[in-house]
Design a protein around this ligand. Sequence first.
Ligand code: THU
Length: 133
Amino acid sequence: MNVSAIQKQELLQAACAIRQEAYAPYSNYKVGAAILTADGRIFTGVNVENSSYGLCNCAERTAVFKMVTEGIQKLYAVAVCTENGGSPCGACRQVLSEFGGDVPILLTDTKGNVRETTLYTLLPDHFGPEHLV
Ligand code: THU
């Protein structure tokens, strides 16, 4: 799917808006994520931390789980908003790759700087369902 400049802008805005809802009292590193689906819908997510630190969930995975819960299993672009333009962690890259190909990944910070990359750039030689046959 060709993702338009307007859709990318909407995705970035959604990621930064939802970031306010992050629950990150331990790291104080709030993350907002937004995922674009084929019908133009946007699913958002935030990081949700826990006093038992190992139970923290990243924003990207929160957004993926919301999307799948609503019956959609394909994503076409992802935006992530952090204080300093941080990139998705390895676990989130792998989870995103389950539902998307070499999709655009837009990274932005609270100053509005944007860096665009792709999922396969972030996760080359990824593990996929084809390895399970
Ligand atoms: N975090 C995310 O939400 N996404 C990532 O891809 C990297 C890290 C969160 C987890 C934790 O709540 C905080 O950022 C600091 O690691």
